[in-house]
Ligand binder design. Structure first.
Ligand SMILES: Nc1ncnc2c1ncn2[C@@H]1O[C@H](COP(=O)(O)OP(=O)(O)O)[C@@H](O)[C@H]1O
Ligand SMILES: N[C@@H](CCOP(=O)(O)O)C(=O)O
Length: 291
C-alpha cells in the first residue's frame, strides 16, 4: 500500500432556519495519514498512544463489516484543525473520514450516494455530512430511500467564526428543542428558510442576512446556552455584517460579511471577545479528498 492522506473539511450547519438541511463546508480540516504496517494502529490527534476503539476507526470497521470486507493492517495518524463540540461539524467530518478510510483500505468503490446515506444514518441528519463530502453549500434532506442533495455555487461572502472555549455537545443542544411546532409557526419558519435559499441564489446578501437572523426552528430555544449570542450579533451588524447565525448547534457563531471585509471585521470583533478564537474562514469547495 502506498501512503495516502484523507482530508475532510469542517462544516457549519443550519445557516439560521435551514435546520438539519443546509450546511457550508469550511476551510478547517481533519486529516488521516495512512501507511502500511504489520499490525493495526490508530493514533488520535496529539496522542502517541494507539487507540483501538477510536471513534473514527469504529466507523471504518462498521463500513467494512457492512460490505463484508477485511481491512489490511495499517497505521493511521489523525491530524485535526477542527475543534470538538463547538458547532463546526467535527463529528460529521470524523464520520466521513472513517467512511473514506474503509472505502480506500477495502477498495469498496463506494458511490457518493452510498457515503452520504451511511454518514447520515450514523449522524442522524445530512446537513454536515453532505458539505463534508461534497464541499460548498449543500441543501439536503432524508427521504425514505434517498437523500436528495443540491449544491449551491458561488457564495461571494467572507465568513468570520467566533469560537468560544466552552464546548456544547450537539446532543445536549438538541434536547432543548420542542418535539413539535404548531402549524402556523412551522409555516413561518419554513418561509424564512425558503427565503434564505432564494436570497443566496439571487445573491441578495442583505436579504440573506435578514432571513438568516430570523430562524424559528432552533435558535430561539438554544440562545440561552450560547455565550454572548445577542452581543456578537449586534456588534457584527454594527460593523456591517449581513447576518450572524449559530454555527450548527453552537456555541460557535458565524458572521457573513461582504467579500474583502472579513479581516477588518475580525480584528475589531477579536478585541471584544476575550478567550474566543476569532477566525476568517474560507469556504471549502472540494469536500473529502485523497492525496
Ligand atoms: N476527530 C474525532 N475524534 C474522536 N471523536 C470525535 C472526533 N470528532 C468528533 N468526535 C466526537 O464527536 C463529539 C462532538 O460532536 P458533536 O457534539 O456533534 O459536536 P460537533 O460535531 O459540532 O463538533 C466529540 O465530543 C467526540 O465524542
Ligand atoms: N442540524 C444540527 C446540526 C448540528 O451541527 P453541529 O456542528 O453542532 O454538530 C443541529 O442543529 O442540531
Amino acid at each position: 500500500m502506498m501512503p495516502f492522506r484523507i482530508s475532510v473539511p469542517a462544516s457549519s450547519a443550519n445557516l439560521g432556519p435551514g435546520f438539519d438541511s443546509m450546511g457550508l463546508a469550511l476551510g478547517l480540516y481533519i486529516h488521516l495519514d495512512v501507511e502500511a504496517s504489520d499490525h493495526h494502529a490508530f493514533f488520535a490527534h496529539g496522542s502517541e498512544k494507539n487507540q483501538e476503539n477510536h471513534f473514527i476507526w469504529n466507523i471504518t470497521e462498521q463500513v467494512a463489516a457492512r460490505y463484508g470486507t477485511a481491512l489490511p493492517p495499517c497505521k493511521v495518524q489523525e491530524v485535526s484543525e477542527i475543534p470538538l463540540a463547538r458547532g463546526l461539524g467535527s463529528s460529521a467530518s470524523a464520520i466521513v473520514a472513517g467512511i473514506e478510510l474503509a472505502n480506500q483500505l477495502g477498495n469498496l468503490q463506494l458511490t457518493n450516494e452510498q457515503k452520504l446515506a451511511f454518514g447520515t444514518e450514523i449522524e442522524g441528519h445530512p446537513d454536515n455530512i453532505a458539505p463534508a463530502l461534497f464541499g460548498g453549500l449543500t441543501i439536503s434532506t432524508m427521504l425514505d430511500d434517498d437523500i436528495p442533495s443540491v449544491r449551491l455555487h458561488d457564495i461571494e461572502l467572507d465568513l468570520i467564526a467566533y469560537i468560544p472555549e466552552v464546548e456544547l455537545k450537539t446532543e445536549v443542544a438538541r434536547d432543548c428543542l420542542p418535539d413539535t411546532y404548531e402549524r402556523n409557526y412551522a409555516a413561518r419558519a419554513s418561509a424564512m428558510s425558503n427565503l434564505v435559499v432564494a436570497a443566496l441564489y439571487s445573491k441578495d446578501y442583505p436579504l440573506f442576512g435578514k432571513m438568516l437572523e430570523n430562524d424559528l426552528f432552533h435558535e430561539p430555544f438554544r440562545k440561552t446556552l450560547i455565550p454572548n449570542f445577542d452581543a456578537i450579533r449586534e456588534k457584527a451588524k454594527e460593523l456591517g455584517a449581513f447576518g450572524t447565525a449559530l454555527s450548527g448547534a453552537g456555541p460557535t457563531m458565524l458572521s457573513f460579511v461582504a467579500k474583502g471585509n472579513g479581516e477588518t471585521v475580525k480584528e475589531t470583533m477579536a478585541k471584544q471577545l476575550e478567550g474566543y478564537q476569532v477566525k476568517v474562514l474560507e469556504i471549502d469547495t472540494k469536500g473529502v479528498s485523497i492525496s
